[in-house]
Design a protein around this ligand. Sequence first.
Ligand code: GDP
Ligand code: MG
Length: 298
Amino acid sequence: MDEKTYSGFVAIVGKPNVGKSTLLNTLLGVKVAPISPRPQTTRKRLRGILTEGRRQIVFVDTPGLHKPMDALGEFMDQEVYEALSDVNAVLWVVDLRHPPTPEDEMVAKALKPLVGKVPILLIGNKLDEAKYPEEALRAYHALLPEAEPRMLSALDPRQVAELKAELFALLPEGPFFYPEDFAKSDQDFGEWVAEIVREEAMKRLWHELPYAIATKTEEVAERENGILYIKVLLFVERPSQKAIVIGEGGRKLKEIGQAARKQLEVFLNRKIYLDLEVKVYPDWRKDPEALRELGYRS
Ligand code: GDP
Ligand code: MG
């Protein structure tokens, strides 16, 4: 069998909250990237893998552009630029419900150097709730006339399927980057799992602990009974925070674990045992060493 295969990377960029993660999830047909109504919850460069027949797209979901605030903030900007280099297409997602803001201008500016090198698709999103979609799209397009504009709702699988077909058509010939059972073979799997756990924790602990949690996958092991065992550590900065994450009678941690496990089981289509442990790691957010250790720097 020597049939040709086609593969490539597609970056998803845009300011926070425009619907990047939602679009990725609809493209993949499963919930992979963390979604939250809060801006800036996607900290890491996170991949989703779409394989259909002989075509594979590796998606990069980026945290969006914003002003650096601390060591973590600086890292987020760097991630955006890493995500943009060496891709086959860029999806620049904007929110058609509103006209462009300075943040959108920043994104457009960041994309300028890619013009002529990589196809840039301007995705006017939230079409379902936009009052003046044409006008809004025109205003965004003016920021980067070289981008190819279109409109959709990331929540509409049929509209997203058209985009998917277009992306598949852009792929060059080449081998797949990921085997289909990447749980066994790829390091990124651990990062992906850790990100899902962190997101589920953040959703439930936003008021008490904004941005104070980091996660790391410590172990992934096949069990004889066919269950995939995964251990993830949750790091907080102080012992008082540890108590909050665990919750009364361990309830909070259990809730986080159940929600994350459900997502993992849907994506992997198999039974998962997810083991969570909370650890204190003082001042990890301010410490570049710690950030590296927690997977925030390569
Ligand atoms: P990100 O920060 O760019 O990744 O944005 P998210 O994917 O997390 O989406 C932010 C919010 O916008 C969430 O509440 C989504 O449900 C919502 N959203 C995303 N796409 C659409 C859409 O096409 N229509 C509507 N009405 N809401 C959307
Ligand atoms: Mg996101």
